[in-house]
Structures are given as structure tokens and as C-alpha cells.
Design a protein around this ligand. Structure first.
Ligand SMILES: Cc1cc2nc3c(=O)[nH]c(=O)nc-3n(C[C@H](O)[C@H](O)[C@H](O)COP(=O)(O)OP(=O)(O)OC[C@H]3O[C@@H](n4cnc5c(N)ncnc54)[C@H](O)[C@@H]3O)c2cc1C
Length: 357
């Protein structure tokens, strides 16, 4: 089949690689040059939780993604997944019972003994997930793009798509050229609503990198604190700093997301508090910071579905701040949705109808 992919961030690049490897004729279009710093897929790394807490559909997606990450690294001949493990601290207010069956449970006292970087409250349930870790973000993008090109995909950088015609069978490019396809897959991240109507909003987020008080002897694990607010972090690949983010941050919706407002004092107070509360092994003043954006759905589930009045358009919004780790599986899911075949888990949560309530 001839398949057009709009957007070559993580979702589009991984999907292009998977579809091209299946023998499809793939055309990819990216308005900038991938990777670039204006979307959601740039930077050093993203956390990979082997047993994500978002429900069985996500665990099933990760069952697909996990071996595909290894394949990608083998093909790219470089390490793309760093299995440093993660500590997931569930605070007392949250329901942790479902998570307990998946892995060992540590009590907080043991955490201090084995992982002195962290200082979780003594009444938190802390899970040690040794199969988790982080993936290298931009290196993975390059690997997917190379894989896609190697399998014959035609990837066009600095080529913006301005419209989708003929119910998804014709992609209209800036400048007037058109490309005929059998299906269009929209992987446009925060720009998605310029092409199709889907219920997402764009929110601002901030990241900060804190130096270690003492450089650890081995790579420390990533972490997530799951409570009334959700904080997370992971070691930087350079071994000198630890990256901290706050999943909700201030849920600040940005209408013009082409210009993300810079870091301010409130942002730093929030992230410094996370460090003071949970990571006493870090110097509580960041060495560097960055702003970025989440594309959010109301319940934070992905949207992966055909557009009702455009049956040849499949939209992929693997978003809400947790999509990167699943991208190899998203490519496989898109292929199965296009050609047909068994999907061994329910995809109802990803349907547009689930999001429109
Ligand atoms: C701060 C932050 C931390 C995160 N942490 C994690 C984490 O720890 N673990 C995890 O799994 N996930 C994480 N995520 C989520 C993950 O990074 C995103 O889900 C993922 O990168 C989204 O990729 P995407 O391809 O959908 O979007 P994008 O990367 O934004 O890509 C969309 C692309 O489409 C292009 N485009 C848009 N419109 C057009 C057009 N009309 N024509 C041509 N090109 C177009 C854009 O230029 C862009 O390159 C995080 C995200 C952020 C922002």
C-alpha cells in the first residue's frame, strides 16, 4: 500500500520504520528537520516503565514495544535503552494494590539503604522495577529514520502538509504539490488540530537538571512518585546530572504553542520542591532547564483511530507525556489497523469515541 505519514517526530518516525519494513510504499513529511526542538520528541532521554500503571492495554503495548526496542538497537548498532531500573513510589492516598502483583515491593527503609539518592516518605509503597530504565530520544529518532530510509521510505524534511483531501487519499503540500496515497497517517503531535479535529490541548512543561552531591558509582535508577501529584526523573546520559519533571506541572494550556513561555520562578520552586522532598542526594539548584510541551487528552489516553468522515485517515496521538516508550509498538499497531489482523488487546481506549465521551 502507499501510505503517507504526516509528522516525523517519534510517532511518525517509528511508524514509517515499521510500515516500510512491512513492504509498504511510505512517504513521510516533516515541516522541520527531524529531530528538532519545537515538538515533543527531542532531547536526551525518556523513561521506559516496563510495567506501566496506566492499565492492561498499555502493558500489552509495552509487551510489543520491549523486544522491538532491542531490535532497533541491534540494527542501529548502538545502545538505545539503558536498563537502569526505576523506583516507583506510590503515596498512601493512591491505590497501589494492582501494581503489587507485577513486581517486588520494597519498603522505604530498604530504598534508603540500596539507593541513597532517594528519600521517599516512610509510608510510601516503593516498587523496584529492574526491567525499566530510559531510552535515548534523539538517537532513537535517528535510528527509526535510518531504518525507514533503509527499507525504502521516502522521507521529505522541511515539507509541510497543508491539507488532506479525498478522505485521506491525497496529501496536499505547502507550495501546491499533491501526493496520492491509499492511507494517510497523521502523527502531527501538538499541531494535529491544524489537520484533523481531535480532542487534545497543548500544555507547557518544564524540565530541570540537578547535579549530584556525590557522583554515584553506578547509574542510578529513574523514579516516579505517584500521589496527589506525579513527579519523575532519570539520570542524564552524561553521568553528571539528574533530570526532574513534574507530570502535571501547572497544567498550563498554551494556545500559541509555537512559542512556549520561558522558565520562571514558580516553575523552579515546584521542581526544587520535588528534589527537596524525594532526592536528597541532589544539589537542590538546577544546572540547566528547558521548556517543552505535552499534547494532552482529557483522560491522558492515546488517540489511535480512523477519522469518522475521512475513512482513509488514521490519527496517532500517542501523547499526554507517556508516549515515547511505546512508539515501536505504535508502528506495529498502525500496520495491523491498516492491513487488518489480530490485535491481542482491546483498543477501545484509543478510539475517538472514547475521548468524545
Ligand atoms: C517534557 C516531556 C517529557 C516526556 N517524558 C516522557 C517519558 O519519560 N516517557 C515517555 O514514554 N514519554 C515521555 N514523553 C512523551 C513523548 O516524548 C511524546 O509522547 C512523543 O515524543 C510524542 O511524539 P509525536 O511524534 O507524537 O509528537 P512530536 O514529537 O511533536 O512530532 C510531531 C511532528 O509532526 C510535525 N508536523 C506537525 N504538523 C505537520 C505538518 N502539517 N506537516 C509536516 N510535519 C508536521 C512536527 O514538526 C513534529 O516533528 C515526554 C514528553 C515531554 C514533552
Amino acid at each position: 500500500m502507499r501510505i503517507g505519514i504526516i509528522g516525523l517526530g517519534a510517532a511518525g518516525a517509528a511508524t514509517a520504520a515499521y510500515l516500510a519494513a512491512q513492504g509498504h510504499t511510505v512517504f513521510g513529511f516533516e515541516q522541520f528537520t527531524s529531530p528538532h526542538p519545537y515538538g515533543s520528541s527531542h532531547g536526551e532521554n525518556r523513561m521506559l516503565r516496563r510495567y506501566p500503571g496506566e492499565g492492561p492495554e498499555y502493558v500489552a503495548l509495552m509487551d510489543w514495544a520491549y523486544p522491538l526496542w532491542q531490535n532497533l538497537a541491534q540494527q542501529a548498532k548502538q545502545q538505545l535503552f539503558v536498563p537502569c531500573g526505576t523506583l516507583e513510589a506510590v503515596l498512601p492516598a493512591e491505590d497501589w494494590a494492582n501494581q503489587a502483583s507485577l513486581t517486588d515491593l520494597l519498603v522505604a527503609d530498604n530504598v534508603r539503604q540500596y539507593f541513597p539518592l532517594f528519600s521517599f516518605p516512610s509510608d510510601a509503597k516503593v516498587f523496584w522495577r529492574k526491567q525499566s530504565g530510559y531510552v535515548l530520544a534523539e538517537a532513537s529518532l535517528h535510528a527509526w529514520l535510518n531504518q525507514a530510509r533503509g527499507a525504502g521510505a521516502q522521507l521529505h524534511m522541511q515539507t509541510a502538509v497543508v491539507g488532506i483531501d479525498a478522505h485521506g487519499r491525497c496529501i496536499r503540500l505547502h507550495g501546491g504539490a499533491t501526493v496520492e496515497v491509499d492511507y494517510t497517517v497523521v502523527c502531527a503531535g501538538s499541531w494535529v488540530r491544524r489537520l484533523v479535529e481531535v480532542p487534545v490541548k497543548v500544555e507547557r512543561r518544564v524540565l530541570a537538571w540537578y547535579p549530584y552531591r556525590t557522583i554515584p558509582a553506578s547509574i542510578p535508577p529513574g523514579f516516579a512518585v505517584i500521589g496527589p501529584d506525579i513527579a519523575y526523573g532519570m539520570p542524564s546520559p552524561d553521568g553528571k546530572t539528574y533530570k526532574i519533571g513534574h507530570h502535571q506541572h501547572f497544567n498550563e494550556v498554551i494556545d500559541n504553542h509555537d512559542v512556549v513561555p520561558p522558565v520562571n520562578t514558580q516553575d523552579l520552586m515546584l521542581l526544587n520542591r520535588v528534589v527537596a522532598d524525594y532526592l536528597t542526594g541532589l544539589v537542590p539548584t538546577p544546572e540547566r532547564t528547558a521548556v517543552c510541551k505535552y499534547t494532552m487528552t482529557a483522560n491522558e489516553d492515546f488517540i489511535i483511530d480512523f477519522i469518522p468522515d475521512q475513512p482513509k485517515v488514521l490519527v496517532v496521538s500517542a501523547c499526554s507525556g507517556h508516549g515515547f516508550k511505546y512508539m515501536p509498538a505504535i508502528g506495529r499497531l498502525v500496520n495491523t489497523m491498516l492491513v487488518g489482523g489480530n490485535i491481542p488487546f482491546a483498543v477501545d481506549r484509543f478510539r475517538l469515541s472514547a475521548h468524545r465521551g
